[in-house]
Write a protein that binds this ligand. Structure first.
Ligand code: HEC
Ligand code: HEC
Length: 219
Protein backbone atom coordinates (compact mmCIF):
# COMPACT_ATOMS: atom_id res chain seq x y z
CA UNK A 1 0.00 0.00 0.00
CA UNK A 2 2.96 2.33 0.37
CA UNK A 3 4.10 2.09 -3.22
CA UNK A 4 4.98 5.37 -4.87
CA UNK A 5 3.08 6.53 -7.91
CA UNK A 6 5.75 5.33 -10.34
CA UNK A 7 5.94 1.93 -8.68
CA UNK A 8 2.16 1.59 -8.86
CA UNK A 9 2.29 2.43 -12.55
CA UNK A 10 4.98 -0.15 -13.26
CA UNK A 11 3.27 -2.79 -11.17
CA UNK A 12 0.06 -2.07 -13.01
CA UNK A 13 1.60 -2.50 -16.41
CA UNK A 14 2.80 -5.91 -15.36
CA UNK A 15 -0.43 -6.88 -13.65
CA UNK A 16 -2.63 -5.60 -16.45
CA UNK A 17 -0.76 -7.64 -19.04
CA UNK A 18 -0.93 -10.78 -16.96
CA UNK A 19 -4.53 -10.44 -15.77
CA UNK A 20 -6.25 -8.34 -18.42
CA UNK A 21 -9.30 -10.60 -18.21
CA UNK A 22 -9.92 -9.69 -14.55
CA UNK A 23 -10.19 -6.01 -15.26
CA UNK A 24 -13.52 -4.18 -15.27
CA UNK A 25 -15.02 -3.90 -18.73
CA UNK A 26 -14.59 -0.17 -19.15
CA UNK A 27 -10.92 -0.44 -18.33
CA UNK A 28 -10.27 -3.12 -20.92
CA UNK A 29 -11.86 -1.19 -23.77
CA UNK A 30 -9.57 1.82 -23.64
CA UNK A 31 -8.57 4.11 -26.45
CA UNK A 32 -4.77 3.93 -27.05
CA UNK A 33 -4.17 7.58 -26.09
CA UNK A 34 -5.92 7.02 -22.76
CA UNK A 35 -4.22 3.74 -22.01
CA UNK A 36 -1.53 5.06 -19.74
CA UNK A 37 -3.93 7.06 -17.57
CA UNK A 38 -6.44 4.24 -17.11
CA UNK A 39 -3.79 1.67 -16.36
CA UNK A 40 -2.28 3.95 -13.72
CA UNK A 41 -5.63 4.40 -12.03
CA UNK A 42 -6.44 0.77 -11.50
CA UNK A 43 -4.31 -0.90 -8.75
CA UNK A 44 -4.98 1.19 -5.67
CA UNK A 45 -8.30 2.98 -6.16
CA UNK A 46 -7.91 6.57 -7.34
CA UNK A 47 -8.85 7.73 -3.84
CA UNK A 48 -6.22 5.54 -2.21
CA UNK A 49 -3.70 6.99 -4.64
CA UNK A 50 -4.70 10.51 -3.64
CA UNK A 51 -4.33 9.55 0.01
CA UNK A 52 -0.91 8.03 -0.53
CA UNK A 53 0.53 10.62 -2.88
CA UNK A 54 -1.02 13.77 -1.36
CA UNK A 55 -2.72 13.58 2.05
CA UNK A 56 -0.36 11.06 3.67
CA UNK A 57 2.53 13.54 3.66
CA UNK A 58 0.82 15.53 6.39
CA UNK A 59 -1.99 13.40 7.84
CA UNK A 60 -0.36 9.92 7.50
CA UNK A 61 -1.97 7.24 5.35
CA UNK A 62 -3.93 5.93 8.34
CA UNK A 63 -5.07 9.43 9.30
CA UNK A 64 -3.05 9.54 12.54
CA UNK A 65 -0.74 12.43 11.74
CA UNK A 66 2.53 12.63 13.62
CA UNK A 67 3.08 16.39 13.45
CA UNK A 68 1.01 18.23 16.03
CA UNK A 69 0.03 21.07 13.67
CA UNK A 70 -1.67 18.60 11.30
CA UNK A 71 -4.94 17.22 12.66
CA UNK A 72 -5.61 13.53 13.06
CA UNK A 73 -8.44 12.58 10.70
CA UNK A 74 -8.77 8.90 11.69
CA UNK A 75 -12.15 8.03 13.17
CA UNK A 76 -13.57 11.49 12.58
CA UNK A 77 -17.20 11.57 11.44
CA UNK A 78 -17.46 11.55 7.65
CA UNK A 79 -20.09 14.31 7.55
CA UNK A 80 -17.79 16.60 9.52
CA UNK A 81 -14.79 15.81 7.30
CA UNK A 82 -16.83 16.43 4.15
CA UNK A 83 -18.09 19.74 5.53
CA UNK A 84 -14.51 20.87 6.19
CA UNK A 85 -13.25 19.85 2.75
CA UNK A 86 -16.09 21.72 1.03
CA UNK A 87 -15.52 24.78 3.18
CA UNK A 88 -11.77 24.81 2.52
CA UNK A 89 -12.73 24.84 -1.15
CA UNK A 90 -15.32 27.63 -1.00
CA UNK A 91 -13.21 29.65 1.46
CA UNK A 92 -15.64 29.50 4.39
CA UNK A 93 -12.80 27.93 6.37
CA UNK A 94 -9.73 29.89 5.40
CA UNK A 95 -6.49 27.91 5.29
CA UNK A 96 -3.85 28.45 2.65
CA UNK A 97 -2.46 24.90 2.80
CA UNK A 98 -5.76 23.03 2.70
CA UNK A 99 -7.46 25.27 0.15
CA UNK A 100 -4.70 24.33 -2.27
CA UNK A 101 -5.19 20.63 -1.48
CA UNK A 102 -8.90 20.62 -2.29
CA UNK A 103 -8.89 23.04 -5.24
CA UNK A 104 -9.08 20.25 -7.81
CA UNK A 105 -11.24 17.79 -5.90
CA UNK A 106 -14.82 17.13 -7.00
CA UNK A 107 -17.51 16.55 -4.37
CA UNK A 108 -17.42 12.80 -5.07
CA UNK A 109 -13.66 12.73 -4.32
CA UNK A 110 -14.23 14.62 -1.08
CA UNK A 111 -16.95 12.15 -0.04
CA UNK A 112 -14.65 9.22 -0.74
CA UNK A 113 -11.74 10.82 1.16
CA UNK A 114 -14.02 11.58 4.11
CA UNK A 115 -15.25 7.97 4.14
CA UNK A 116 -11.70 6.64 3.89
CA UNK A 117 -10.31 8.65 6.82
CA UNK A 118 -13.36 8.15 9.03
CA UNK A 119 -12.98 4.38 8.69
CA UNK A 120 -9.38 4.45 10.00
CA UNK A 121 -8.73 3.61 13.64
CA UNK A 122 -7.80 6.68 15.72
CA UNK A 123 -4.76 6.43 18.00
CA UNK A 124 -5.03 7.69 21.58
CA UNK A 125 -2.86 10.36 23.18
CA UNK A 126 -1.81 11.56 26.62
CA UNK A 127 -2.31 14.88 28.37
CA UNK A 128 0.91 16.63 29.41
CA UNK A 129 -0.45 17.98 32.70
CA UNK A 130 -4.25 18.14 32.48
CA UNK A 131 -5.40 14.82 33.81
CA UNK A 132 -7.95 14.09 36.51
CA UNK A 133 -8.92 17.08 38.65
CA UNK A 134 -7.21 19.58 36.33
CA UNK A 135 -8.49 22.89 35.00
CA UNK A 136 -8.77 21.23 31.57
CA UNK A 137 -11.04 18.52 32.91
CA UNK A 138 -13.20 21.05 34.76
CA UNK A 139 -13.74 23.08 31.62
CA UNK A 140 -14.40 20.03 29.48
CA UNK A 141 -16.93 18.51 31.87
CA UNK A 142 -18.45 21.56 33.57
CA UNK A 143 -17.65 24.62 31.47
CA UNK A 144 -16.68 27.95 33.04
CA UNK A 145 -19.48 29.28 35.20
CA UNK A 146 -18.15 32.82 35.66
CA UNK A 147 -17.95 33.53 31.93
CA UNK A 148 -20.82 31.36 30.72
CA UNK A 149 -18.69 28.91 28.77
CA UNK A 150 -20.70 25.71 28.33
CA UNK A 151 -19.27 22.26 29.04
CA UNK A 152 -17.51 20.90 25.96
CA UNK A 153 -18.88 17.47 26.84
CA UNK A 154 -22.42 18.69 26.14
CA UNK A 155 -21.71 18.72 22.41
CA UNK A 156 -18.53 16.68 21.99
CA UNK A 157 -19.59 13.84 24.29
CA UNK A 158 -18.27 12.60 27.64
CA UNK A 159 -15.49 10.60 25.98
CA UNK A 160 -14.78 13.19 23.30
CA UNK A 161 -15.97 10.95 20.50
CA UNK A 162 -18.38 13.64 19.32
CA UNK A 163 -21.99 13.28 18.30
CA UNK A 164 -22.64 12.58 14.63
CA UNK A 165 -23.34 14.31 12.41
CA UNK A 166 -22.75 17.83 13.66
CA UNK A 167 -20.29 17.59 16.55
CA UNK A 168 -16.78 16.39 15.73
CA UNK A 169 -14.66 13.93 17.63
CA UNK A 170 -11.97 15.66 19.75
CA UNK A 171 -10.51 12.76 21.76
CA UNK A 172 -6.83 12.09 21.12
CA UNK A 173 -6.40 15.12 18.85
CA UNK A 174 -3.03 16.91 19.04
CA UNK A 175 -3.22 19.65 21.68
CA UNK A 176 -1.35 22.12 19.44
CA UNK A 177 -3.94 21.70 16.69
CA UNK A 178 -6.90 22.00 19.09
CA UNK A 179 -5.41 25.13 20.65
CA UNK A 180 -4.85 26.65 17.21
CA UNK A 181 -8.49 26.01 16.26
CA UNK A 182 -9.77 27.59 19.47
CA UNK A 183 -7.62 30.64 18.74
CA UNK A 184 -8.79 30.96 15.15
CA UNK A 185 -12.43 30.56 16.27
CA UNK A 186 -11.79 33.43 18.71
CA UNK A 187 -10.25 35.77 16.11
CA UNK A 188 -12.84 34.77 13.51
CA UNK A 189 -10.18 33.53 11.13
CA UNK A 190 -12.03 30.20 11.22
CA UNK A 191 -15.55 31.43 10.60
CA UNK A 192 -17.35 28.23 9.66
CA UNK A 193 -18.78 27.42 13.10
CA UNK A 194 -20.79 30.18 14.86
CA UNK A 195 -21.34 27.93 17.93
CA UNK A 196 -17.60 27.57 18.48
CA UNK A 197 -16.87 31.23 17.80
CA UNK A 198 -19.39 32.27 20.48
CA UNK A 199 -17.64 29.96 22.97
CA UNK A 200 -14.03 30.80 22.07
CA UNK A 201 -14.46 34.58 22.42
CA UNK A 202 -15.17 33.98 26.12
CA UNK A 203 -12.03 31.93 26.77
CA UNK A 204 -8.55 33.01 27.84
CA UNK A 205 -5.37 31.54 26.41
CA UNK A 206 -4.73 29.70 29.66
CA UNK A 207 -8.18 28.07 29.57
CA UNK A 208 -7.75 27.10 25.93
CA UNK A 209 -4.36 25.55 26.62
CA UNK A 210 -5.70 23.56 29.58
CA UNK A 211 -8.69 22.12 27.74
CA UNK A 212 -6.66 21.40 24.59
CA UNK A 213 -4.16 19.43 26.68
CA UNK A 214 -6.97 17.55 28.44
CA UNK A 215 -8.61 16.65 25.13
CA UNK A 216 -5.35 15.13 23.82
CA UNK A 217 -5.52 12.54 26.60
CA UNK A 218 -9.27 12.03 26.50
CA UNK A 219 -10.60 8.52 25.83
C1 HEC B 1 1.04 20.08 3.47
C2 HEC B 1 0.32 19.43 4.53
C3 HEC B 1 -1.10 18.93 4.23
C4 HEC B 1 -1.51 18.10 3.22
C5 HEC B 1 -0.68 17.51 2.09
C6 HEC B 1 -2.92 17.85 3.45
N1 HEC B 1 -3.34 18.50 4.58
FE1 HEC B 1 -5.21 18.47 5.40
N2 HEC B 1 -4.62 19.80 6.82
C7 HEC B 1 -3.36 20.32 6.96
C8 HEC B 1 -3.35 21.32 8.02
C9 HEC B 1 -2.16 22.13 8.50
C10 HEC B 1 -4.69 21.38 8.52
C11 HEC B 1 -5.23 22.31 9.61
C12 HEC B 1 -5.74 23.56 8.96
C13 HEC B 1 -6.20 24.60 9.96
O1 HEC B 1 -5.45 24.91 10.89
O2 HEC B 1 -7.33 25.08 9.82
C14 HEC B 1 -5.46 20.40 7.74
C15 HEC B 1 -6.80 20.15 7.94
C16 HEC B 1 -7.52 19.17 7.28
C17 HEC B 1 -8.90 18.81 7.57
C18 HEC B 1 -9.78 19.39 8.66
C19 HEC B 1 -9.69 18.47 9.89
C20 HEC B 1 -10.48 18.92 11.07
O3 HEC B 1 -10.39 18.24 12.10
O4 HEC B 1 -11.20 19.92 11.00
C21 HEC B 1 -9.25 17.83 6.68
C22 HEC B 1 -10.60 17.14 6.57
C23 HEC B 1 -8.10 17.57 5.84
N3 HEC B 1 -7.06 18.39 6.23
C24 HEC B 1 -8.06 16.64 4.83
C25 HEC B 1 -6.99 16.47 3.93
C26 HEC B 1 -7.04 15.61 2.77
C27 HEC B 1 -8.22 14.74 2.37
C28 HEC B 1 -5.82 15.73 2.14
C29 HEC B 1 -5.39 15.09 0.83
C30 HEC B 1 -6.20 15.43 -0.33
C31 HEC B 1 -5.02 16.68 2.92
N4 HEC B 1 -5.77 17.10 4.00
C32 HEC B 1 -3.72 17.07 2.62
C33 HEC B 1 -2.25 19.97 6.23
C34 HEC B 1 -2.26 19.17 5.08
C1 HEC C 1 -23.11 23.97 21.66
C2 HEC C 1 -22.30 22.90 21.15
C3 HEC C 1 -20.79 22.97 21.36
C4 HEC C 1 -20.12 23.13 22.55
C5 HEC C 1 -20.70 23.34 23.94
C6 HEC C 1 -18.71 23.04 22.22
N1 HEC C 1 -18.54 22.82 20.89
FE1 HEC C 1 -16.78 22.59 19.91
N2 HEC C 1 -17.75 22.38 18.14
C7 HEC C 1 -19.12 22.45 17.98
C8 HEC C 1 -19.44 22.29 16.58
C9 HEC C 1 -20.82 22.29 15.94
C10 HEC C 1 -18.20 22.11 15.90
C11 HEC C 1 -18.00 21.83 14.40
C12 HEC C 1 -17.63 23.05 13.62
C13 HEC C 1 -17.70 22.82 12.14
O1 HEC C 1 -18.63 22.17 11.66
O2 HEC C 1 -16.81 23.31 11.45
C14 HEC C 1 -17.18 22.19 16.90
C15 HEC C 1 -15.81 22.11 16.63
C16 HEC C 1 -14.83 22.18 17.59
C17 HEC C 1 -13.41 22.09 17.32
C18 HEC C 1 -12.76 21.90 15.96
C19 HEC C 1 -12.42 20.44 15.76
C20 HEC C 1 -11.52 20.18 14.59
O3 HEC C 1 -11.22 19.00 14.33
O4 HEC C 1 -11.09 21.13 13.92
C21 HEC C 1 -12.76 22.19 18.52
C22 HEC C 1 -11.27 22.15 18.75
C23 HEC C 1 -13.77 22.34 19.53
N3 HEC C 1 -15.02 22.33 18.95
C24 HEC C 1 -13.49 22.44 20.89
C25 HEC C 1 -14.43 22.68 21.87
C26 HEC C 1 -14.12 22.91 23.27
C27 HEC C 1 -12.72 22.87 23.85
C28 HEC C 1 -15.30 23.14 23.90
C29 HEC C 1 -15.53 23.50 25.36
C30 HEC C 1 -14.86 24.71 25.83
C31 HEC C 1 -16.36 23.03 22.90
N4 HEC C 1 -15.80 22.75 21.69
C32 HEC C 1 -17.71 23.18 23.16
C33 HEC C 1 -20.05 22.62 18.97
C34 HEC C 1 -19.79 22.79 20.31
Amino acid sequence: MRLGFAAVLVLNLVVSQAFAADKPVEKVAIAPEKAEQSVAASAASPIEQTVQTVCAACHAADGNSVMAANPKLAGQHPEYLLKQLKEFKDGKRANAVMSGMVANLAEEDMKALAAYFSSQKPTLGKAKSNGKGSLGEKIYRGGILATNVPACAACHGATGSGIPKQFPRLAGQHADYTLQQLRTFRTGERANAPMMQAIAVKMTDQEMQAVADYVQGLR
